[in-house]
Design a protein around this ligand. Structure first.
Ligand SMILES: NC(=O)c1ccc[n+]([C@@H]2O[C@H](COP(=O)([O-])OP(=O)(O)OC[C@H]3O[C@@H](n4cnc5c(N)ncnc54)[C@H](OP(=O)(O)O)[C@@H]3O)[C@@H](O)[C@H]2O)c1
Length: 330
């Protein structure tokens, strides 16, 4: 077994080739399915884990909140040897050993069968970011937001969640406005993904303007939090829905109740880690149906295990565009 391992809190991640029993020691007792891992992916959280920013709870730790692999042993009647599966979250790469490894032991309930037509590499390219973007888009739609209601906003647009959120919302017929700090450098990319307009994120992120502002958004998917989210809520139309799923700007939310009590705005959340099985299956089925896989390929880069360390500072600095697959066998 080869894996990226962080031996103790504050220590640098390094590649270890060794005894898998020891590496998987922290695994949950109910992790009864063993996998050969084909790919993981690189999410903001993985950057935080490798940079020692409090994501990892048990040591030695293996980062990687996504796994795509093949079942090699199963203690569950739901899964058989040879099944191709994807796992997003469920504590892997945080509480439990994660996907930056060639082997894994995981809990059966969080596994999803690779949807027909989605290869292992593409499933990893979608990963937690795409899965979360899809859950957030479903929250908007379940909340009654329809394309004819007006523009929908995506913040953190050039990042992993943002890129896939734009693609799935645009393919569902929404007019999408992308908010990005890289408007000039990534404007063409964001329009190619499906954004109708790109705005400079400073319009939203710099200061909290009035508690109620001109109504602009029928809905929004926000991976940024903080001042940005307060302004988004203040600009959301009557009965609009905002799905918060990230904190790239910060975890604070220092707004007022006015958007909720005077405009009936709904602030909802999208959480991938503890998503129940039905939601996992629903989101992956929707991704298989809606996501343009050629676009996905074009927004994806691939790195090997050895590159996972230096990559942390790039993703935390917001310099990575789209999605990054980790080829654990490279
Ligand atoms: N709830 C969940 O289950 C879940 C799942 C996945 C991710 N997340 C969270 O969602 C967020 C995004 O994840 P990701 O994987 O998409 O990360 P990412 O690829 O690094 O994208 C984050 C994007 O946010 C924008 N950004 C960065 N710093 C910012 C700042 N200071 N102010 C405003 N915008 C900033 C940048 O977009 P522009 O350059 O376009 O402005 C950046 O590309 C993270 O907080 C992550 O932890 C949550």
């Amino acid at each position: 077994m080869r894996a990226v391992v962080i031996e103790a809190k504050g220590e640098q991640a390094r590649i270890v080739e060794g005894d898998e029993v020891e590496l998987l020691a922290a695994v949950a007792e109910d992790a009864t399915v063993e996998l050969d891992v084909s790919y993981s992916s690189y999410n903001y959280k993985d950057g935080m884990a490798i940079a020692g920013r409090g994501i990892l709870r048990n040591f030695p730790a293996i980062p990687g909140i996504d796994i795509v692999g093949v079942v090699t042993k199963s203690g569950s009647s739901d899964w058989s040897v040879g099944d191709e599966v994807v796992l997003n979250g469920d504590g892997i790469g945080e509480l439990l050993p994660g996907g930056f490894a060639t082997r894994a032991r995981v809990r059966p309930d969080a596994l999803v069968r690779l949807p027909m037509g989605i290869s292992a590499h593409r499933a990893a390219a979608i990963g937690t970011a795409g899965f979360t973007a899809m859950i957030a888009a479903l929250k908007l739609e379940d909340g009654g937001v329809r394309p004819e209601d007006g523009d929908v906003l995506v913040t953190g647009a050039a990042g992993g969640v943002g890129s896939i959120a734009i693609a799935v919302l645009a393919s569902a017929g929404f007019r999408v406005i992308a908010s990005s700090g890289r408007k000039d450098a990534q404007g063409d990319y964001l329009r190619w993904l499906g954004a109708s307009e790109v705005i400079d994120r400073r319009e939203l992120s710099e200061e909290i303007a009035k508690p109620l502002q001109s109504e602009r958004w029928a809905g929004a998917i926000d991976s940024v939090g903080s001042t940005t989210l307060v302004n988004v809520l203040a600009q959301t139309k009557y009965d609009g829905v905002v799905a918060a799923c990230g904190l790239a700007q910060g975890p604070d939310l220092l707004g007022t109740v006015l958007p909720y009590i005077l405009r009936g705005v709904t602030l909802t959340g999208a959480n991938s880690v503890n998503a129940p099985r039905e939601l996992r299956e629903r989101a992956w089925a929707a991704l298989a149906e809606r996501l343009d896989l050629e676009k996905l390929d074009a927004l994806t880069q691939t790195i090997g295990l050895a590159e996972t360390n230096p990559y942390a500072s790039q993703i935390l600095a917001g310099q990575v565009r789209g999605r990054t697959v980790v080829d654990v066998n490279a």
